[in-house]
Design a protein around this ligand. Sequence first.
Ligand SMILES: NC(=O)c1ccc[n+]([C@@H]2O[C@H](COP(=O)([O-])OP(=O)(O)OC[C@H]3O[C@@H](n4cnc5c(N)ncnc54)[C@H](OP(=O)(O)O)[C@@H]3O)[C@@H](O)[C@H]2O)c1
Length: 182
Amino acid sequence: MSAHRTIGVLGAGEVGQAVADKAIRHGHEVLIGNSRGPETLEALVDRLGPKARAVTAEEAAKPELVFLSVPFFAVPELTRLTTWSGKIVVDTTNQFAAASPYRGRYDVGDLTGSEWVAGHLPGARVVKALNTLYAPFIAADPRHAEGRLVAFYAGDDADAKAAVGRLAGRIRIRRPGPWQSA
Ligand SMILES: NC(=O)c1ccc[n+]([C@@H]2O[C@H](COP(=O)([O-])OP(=O)(O)OC[C@H]3O[C@@H](n4cnc5c(N)ncnc54)[C@H](OP(=O)(O)O)[C@@H]3O)[C@@H](O)[C@H]2O)c1
């Protein structure tokens, strides 16, 4: 495996867990963090295995490639976590105003959701990806009888987009683990 051996995952909900699992199964190390602290993620990292580390949100934001899998409205809370400049941020968020269940549209004026996210992460190279997929589809085997799952991604930085495309392309079958039946 080449670049981005260690991946940060901000948000340990349905999407963060699916992304972490995929990355780990492909040989990456994952630093995963939420808002409540690493002690709340012990059971999760046990299931994910030794390549997963539960960390603070600050530590999860440190790697050069970070998945953003928090509620959209929580993004402003991430600004001060790290120096975002130059990092690749894979933005999986959808523009909902409230959680549990996600509902309503968060008003960002004339901006796109990703422009608004990028505005809160100064200098980050934001690539929008995976937000169109239901989390269980991200977690599942991407290969179907009909062909492979299609994951769309978009962004302004060509190198960042290429890196995310390579990462997505490397993701292969998700073998069932014991935690799936829990
Ligand atoms: N679920 C889906 O099918 C799906 C599909 C595509 C895209 N999305 C989008 O992906 C994002 C995540 O969705 P989800 O369903 O995984 O959400 P979720 O299950 O509600 O999990 C959200 C995670 O974000 C964490 N979080 C919240 N505020 C934070 C902060 N300030 N710093 C660090 N972590 C924080 C939460 O931690 P705590 O619990 O500790 O607060 C939690 O681990 C959302 O924007 C959603 O719209 C969801």
